[in-house]
Design a protein around this ligand. Structure first.
Ligand code: ADP
Length: 425
């Protein structure tokens, strides 16, 4: 997929997510507003009912006739209503509507004096105040009284009602943004991987061309009757064919190694293997290369009779890769490699150490990654695909072993491999 398209999609999703968050916030705000209005309406009804209750009570005690005769409202306020009565009716009404919130109330005169009130009324700073006329049927020409209700924490009460909504919205938004980011990361990783794979195919094709060309040239020379002194050139040509076909073999081996990663269910053929024999055989194959490159080579294989449970081909590849790297990444002067193997209680520890170019600590963390090669600017003097060590790691893991790299640039590199042992002398 085209990078621009990915970014465009990402931007579209990001904009949509932001819009969604915006819409959600709006919803939450309007729901909150609706809840607030609803709550205020309920409180208003409560107060109206309380006032009606108080009037009703006054009439019940004094009688309707007196009420009509203006007798009732000519009395002082203390004769008409008291704190306990208001408290009782308020409690009843709040209870009836199942509203569980703390409130303070007070009865005030026209001039705003407090005539009586609940304990906290004067100290509380109310968020919302509700006021109703206490005796709505009193004529306008006599003193008027008001019932004031203070609610200290109305917004907290309403918030409590919509908090589930808010939390669910937050969680959903987080999930959406999380999965979206994860998706984007996956897309970019896949893209990088496919680029690397393309590179790999290009490199590999290039690498395969040279030995094929050399071999066909040698074969042409062998079959050409016009070339004189063919007998003299025979060892040289056959030698060339041999080395070049070996190179081809190695390349094919590498391609097989990458295929291993692609195949999910890799089955190893485990069997009992004499470890010293295996390791000495592998080392033997490198004799020529070691000699040709003037490498000081030391071995200390002290694992007689040690049997491991392993797949012979893959375990061979593991050590071949490590020794191959030790040779490939050698220093130009006085290169040296040492290989040691010894037993512990229930495992065998193999150390492959070189005094080569080394790897910096930052890069050391990535050397087991698929296709990773320590960057050396644009040109790699040493050929490779960055697959060897990721293959090695995978195989060591499958054999229930461990591999630990130690390295210092300019000083050398050491790989310490441990494998479980099933039998030893
Ligand atoms: P490659 O095909 O590039 O050799 P590997 O997976 O075998 O891939 O190694 C990954 C990288 O680790 C190499 O490109 C190289 O930079 C670094 N490396 C591996 N072994 C050694 C070593 N013995 N000394 C220095 N660098 C090494």
């Amino acid at each position: 997929m085209n990078k621009r398209l990915i970014w465009a999609l990402a931007a579209a999703i990001a904009v949509c997510t932001l819009a969604l968050i915006y819409v959600q916030l709006n919803w939450i705000f309007s729901i909150r507003q609706a809840e607030e209005d609803n709550f205020a309406r309920k409180i208003q009804i409560i107060l109206d009912n309380v006032v009606a209750d108080i009037v009703e009570e006054e009439i019940r005690i004094a009688g309707a006739a007196e009420y009509k005769n203006r007798k009732l409202y000519d009395r002082s306020i203390d004769d008409r209503v008291n704190l306990e009565e208001v408290q009782f009716f308020l409690k009843k009404e709040f209870h009836k509507r199942d509203i569980n919130i703390s409130y303070e109330f007070g009865v005030t005169s026209e001039r705003g004096e407090i005539l009586f009130c609940s304990d906290g009324f004067e100290n509380v700073s109310p968020e919302v105040t509700y006021v109703v006329k206490l005796f709505p049927h009193d004529p306008d020409d006599i003193s008027q009284y008001s019932l004031n209700l203070y609610i200290p924490d109305q917004s907290g009460f309403i918030r409590q009602k919509i908090w589930i909504l808010i939390i669910v919205s937050i969680i959903l938004t987080l999930i959406i943004t999380g999965t979206f980011t994860a998706n984007l990361l996956i897309i970019f990783r896949q893209k990088r991987l496919s680029e690397i794979k393309n590179d790999f195919v290009n490199n590999m094709t290039h690498e395969l061309k040279t030995p094929i060309a050399t071999i066909s040239l040698a074969a042409q020379m062998l079959s050409d009757p016009n070339i004189p002194n063919k007998e003299q050139k025979l060892p040289y040509l056959s030698g060339t064919i041999l080395t070049e076909s070996k190179r081809l073999q190695l390349l094919v081996e590498k391609v097989l190694q990458i295929a291993i990663f692609e195949r999910g269910n890799l089955k190893l053929k485990y069997k009992e293997i004499d470890f010293s024999t295996l390791l000495n055989n592998i080392i033997g194959h490198f004799a020529l290369q070691i000699e040709r490159n003037h490498i000081t080579f030391k071995t200390a294989i002290n694992t007689p009779g040690t049997i491991v449970w392993a797949d012979e081909t893959h375990l061979t590849n593991v050590f071949t890769n490590l020794i191959d790297n030790a040779i490939k990444y050698r220093r130009s002067e006085d290169p040296a490699i040492s290989i040691s193997a010894e037993n512990t209680e229930d495992s065998v520890i193999i150390t492959i150490a070189d005094n080569g170019i080394g790897i910096s600590q930052d890069n050391l963390k990535k050397i087991f990654d698929k296709f990773y090669r320590v960057p050396t600017g644009n040109v790699h003097t040493v050929k490779g695909f960055g697959l060897g060590l990721s293959y090695v790691k995978k195989m060591v893991d499958m054999h229930r072993g461990t591999i630990k790299p130690e390295s210092e640039p300019g000083v050398g590199t050491k790989f310490i491999v441990t494998l479980p042992v099933i039998k030893k002398n």
